[in-house]
Design a binder for this molecule. Structure first.
Ligand SMILES: *[C@@H]1O[C@H](CO)[C@@H](O)[C@H](O)[C@H]1NC(C)=O
Ligand SMILES: *[C@@H]1O[C@H](CO)[C@@H](O)[C@H](O)[C@H]1NC(C)=O
Ligand SMILES: *[C@@H]1O[C@H](CO)[C@@H](O)[C@H](O)[C@H]1NC(C)=O
Length: 508
């Protein structure tokens, strides 16, 4: 875009706006931009894959909230099925399992669960427990929707399911009833099922509810205290980083007594981060990573069972979280930006709902500060990367966040090293330039990593791949943030990458 039209747009903005023009001209001129940042992932919002050992002390740790299970009757060799996906009877006559034969656990304690079906109803006894036929009709679970999963001692996937009436479920072809009083584990026993776990979740909900109210507060506090300290901020600032993006969950706004199973203390940890940032000349991007209802169904959205349910009815509460964070940190010199929501997923999060929320969230931040940037994450999934640009042009000091991983898509599976690097230099450069406009929001590659779908690559391959990304993402006008700082998988850990000289930011 020519400098002439840039001046024209700025002038038009000045005429239309009540902001003093210096604020507008300050955009892009902040000395810390573009940021070189890292995501403090798995600190205040848990993601099990980044530190699996954190889950190791949970009893029955493979049966956490959101675990998806299937049950095959050993006698009938048929699967339990919520007929029609839910809303009517549970049957036991399917030869192969799919969506209707898959159930999501809500964990009550280590052996007691609710089971949520495809259409979101819960397994239960008919007439709220007055009968013994198993149905899936209620949308919220009560006592008659509560089942104990009894595992065989020497084979944890051989189970019997005890209902609230004290009797076990037994499979009959067109019917499942809770009326079996016998015992035993024989194949011929109609109350014995082969359980298959087909998906697990390991997020904040799973770890806090997994440890339960007696143990979770201490486990989380120990994790928060040890995972990130002032020393980490010192390490980052002395290695060429100048900002951190900190994922937080919606429950932080009701600290110290968030709704169960979440536990208090993450707010104090975030306060500490602001102190450490100030000590070390770093900026902070507060990123609302998990919203009530879940914006993408992923572990890191704080979801209980993986259903994506954030929508219009959650906007007000989510804005209240932003308002809380903005009020608390608006005047802190280390605050660079507040990100309103991480990775909303299309089409479940509609563009309409998202814009409505982004406008209200933006206004909530602006009530407290005209200076902090407001970051709008692009939608993942089938969505146009430019869909927020026009909307964002009407706002001041806003940023579009895009996440560039050379993973999570089959298209990367057959790329060699050079093809991966070419992809960054060509495709990603072009993707980024499409969202980097001279008269619009700033651009931010808020997540990227030097891991890829290649195994056995050399150190030099990784160095070249990282360098190509740093070079291209360095063109983002707000900057970039590596995912992540600490991670059990080395290439995802910027700390490990710096210490082992895969990445050297002092030279770039
Ligand atoms: C789990 O909860 C059920 C139902 O409330 C209760 O009967 C059972 O004793 C509990 N088990 C454990 C191990 O706490
Ligand atoms: C399973 O049983 C139900 C209830 O009897 C019946 O409506 C349905 O057609 C059966 N499905 C199969 C695949 O046998
Ligand atoms: C990183 O790059 C800088 C500048 O080129 C250089 O001085 C420094 O020695 C490098 N660090 C390492 C650990 O190689």
């Amino acid at each position: 875009m020519s400098s002439y039209s840039y001046v024209k747009c700025v002038w038009a903005f000045y005429l239309l706006s009540s902001w003093v023009p210096t604020l507008w001209f300050a955009q892009g001129a902040d000395p810390y931009l573009p940021v070189k940042a890292v995501n403090l992932g798995n600190w205040l919002v848990t993601e099990g894959w980044m530190k699996p050992s954190l889950f190791a002390g949970i009893p029955n740790q493979d049966l956490l909230d959101g675990t998806q299970v299937q049950f095959m009757s050993t006698k009938l060799q048929k699967y339990l099925c919520a007929e029609n996906g839910g809303g009517t009877d549970v049957v036991a006559n399917r030869t192969s399992p799919s969506g209707w034969e898959t159930f999501r656990l809500w964990r009550i304690n280590e052996s007691t669960f609710n089971l949520r079906v495809f259409n979101k109803q819960f397994f239960g006894l008919e007439n709220q427990g007055k009968g013994n036929k198993v149905v899936a009709v209620l949308n919220s679970p009560g006592n008659s929707e509560t089942f104990q999963i009894v595992r065989k001692n020497d084979d944890g996937n051989r189970v019997r399911i005890k209902a609230s009436n004290g009797l076990f479920l037994q499979a009959k072809p067109g019917l499942v009833t809770a009326d079996y009083g016998g015992s035993g584990w024989d194949d011929n026993n109609p109350s014995v099922f082969q359980m298959k776990i087909v998906r697990t979740l390991q997020g904040e909900y799973q770890i806090t509810n997994g440890y339960g109210p007696d143990r979770a507060p201490q486990v989380m506090q120990d994790h928060w205290n040890a995972y990130i300290t002032n020393e980490d901020f010192r390490f980052l600032s002395s290695n060429g980083l100048n900002a951190v993006r900190i994922p937080v969950g919606w429950w932080i706004a009701s600290d110290p007594t968030p709704p169960k199973p979440f536990v208090g203390g993450s707010l104090k940890a975030l306060d500490n981060a602001f102190t450490w940032a100030q000590n070390n000349g770093m900026k902070i991007i507060v990123d609302l990573h998990a919203v009530q209802g879940s914006q993408n169904g992923n572990d890191h959205s704080g979801t209980r069972d993986g259903f994506q349910e954030w929508g219009d009815s959650n906007i007000q509460d989510t804005v209240a979280v932003i308002d809380f964070l903005a009020a608390r940190y608006a005047n802190n010199p280390s605050l660079a930006a507040i990100e309103l929501m991480n990775e909303p997923l299309a089409p479940g999060v509609t563009l309409n709902d998202l814009k409505k929320y982004y406008k209200a969230g933006y206004d909530a931040v602006r009530k407290h500060t005209s200076n902090a940037y407001v970051i709008l994450s692009n939608r993942l999934g089938p969505a146009d990367s430019k869909e927020l640009l026009d909307f964002a042009r009407g706002l001041n000091r806003v940023v579009i966040d895009v996440h560039y991983y050379s993973l999570f898509s089959d298209m990367f599976n057959n790329m060699n090293v050079q093809q991966n690097i070419d992809f960054i230099n060509n495709q990603r450069a072009s993707d980024l330039s499409a969202v980097t406009t001279s008269n619009g929001p700033l651009s931010f590659v808020g997540e990227w990593t030097a891991e890829w779908a290649i195994s056995g690559a050399s150190k030099e391959d990784y160095q070249r791949f990282a360098k190509a990304q740093i070079n291209v993402y360095g063109r983002a006008t707000f900057g970039w943030a590596y995912w992540a700082y600490r991670c059990a998988q080395n290439h995802w850990s910027l700390k490990w990458m710096i210490e082992n000289v895969y990445i050297n930011l002092s030279s770039s």
